[in-house]
Ligand binder design. Structure first.
Ligand SMILES: [Zn+2]
Ligand SMILES: [Zn+2]
Length: 260
């Protein structure tokens, strides 16, 4: 619930320094993931190590891009993120770019967890269906977008660029590329499950909820996945109340705007 305390929340809002930090974290995450793939195809690390690196690193890109969605429009974001969107390694040959993801996400905020939410298909329904939908979100969001909004030349150019990137990675890695892509998809699917189903469905109700975790889990979660990832996830209810609040301030703002 919302409590209007009258207190000015400007100091907690996302600013250009936060946006620069999100961009830096995206760049680092992308370098780590591509670097790990290089080490994997040259057999310097095992598939298990690659999976662990992807599991720890990919959520950082995803959540930092999510934070950017609330700070920068498609015109304001750098060309690499504008094209790649939600993952540094294209999740599929059919994926959306930043502009479409931005529009879908703002609609998710307007209609969170209702039938009108464009993300309802991976929030509402029985868990088995939601797991299947979470694992196929890249393709489903693409097809659902094109069905409603059509196909734009820029989306086609972006798809072509991402296809070339995927082909290069596949040529470099051969069969190993399939493991890499599988790991990326599993981690993305699990992240999607947490960031949509778990925070928007609790005890049979649809809405937007706080994830109450023991502090030891939060502490270790922040050490492993980074503060932005954990704070944006566990305080998703505060984020929906005011999406302009920077992820690292969500917990501080909770007492000012939420009535438990
Ligand atoms: Zn949400
Ligand atoms: Zn959001």
């Amino acid at each position: 619930m919302y409590k209007n305390s009258g207190r000015c929340l400007d100091e907690y809002m996302v600013n250009d320094d936060d946006a620069s930090q999100y961009l830096r974290e995206c760049a680092i995450a992308a370098l780590i993931i591509v670097g790990a793939y290089t080490l994997f195809i040259t057999e310097l690390i095992s598939s298990l190590i690659l999976f662990i690196i992807v599991a720890v690193t990919l959520p950082r890109w995803i959540i930092n891009v999510h934070e950017l969605l609330h700070a920068k429009s498609s015109e304001q974001i750098n060309g690499i993120i504008r094209c790649l969107g939600i993952s540094p390694v294209p999740l599929s040959i059919f994926t959306l770019s930043y502009q479409q993801i931005h529009e879908i996400h703002l609609a998710h905020h307007r209609h969170a967890a209702t039938e009108s939410d464009p993300d309802a298909y991976h929030i509402r329904g029985n868990l088995f269906l939601i797991i299947l939908n979470s694992l196929t979100t890249p393709e489903q969001s693409f097809l659902r977008w094109v069905k409603i909004n059509g196909f734009s030349p820029q989306l086609g150019i972006d798809l072509l660029i991402k296809l070339v990137f995927l082909v290069i990675l596949a040529l470099l890695g051969g069969k190993k590329f399939l493991f890499f892509l599988l790991f990326i998809r599993i981690v993305y699917g699990l992240g999607d499950l947490v960031f949509f189903r778990l925070v928007h469905h609790q005890k049979g109700e649809y809405g937007t909820f706080e994830m109450k975790l023991p502090s030891i889990i939060t502490t270790w979660g922040e050490r492993i996945f980074g503060r932005t990832v954990i704070q944006a996830t566990i305080n998703h209810d505060v984020h929906h109340q005011n999406p302009r609040i920077a992820a690292h301030n969500l917990a501080k703002v909770r007492e000012h705007i939420m009535v438990s």
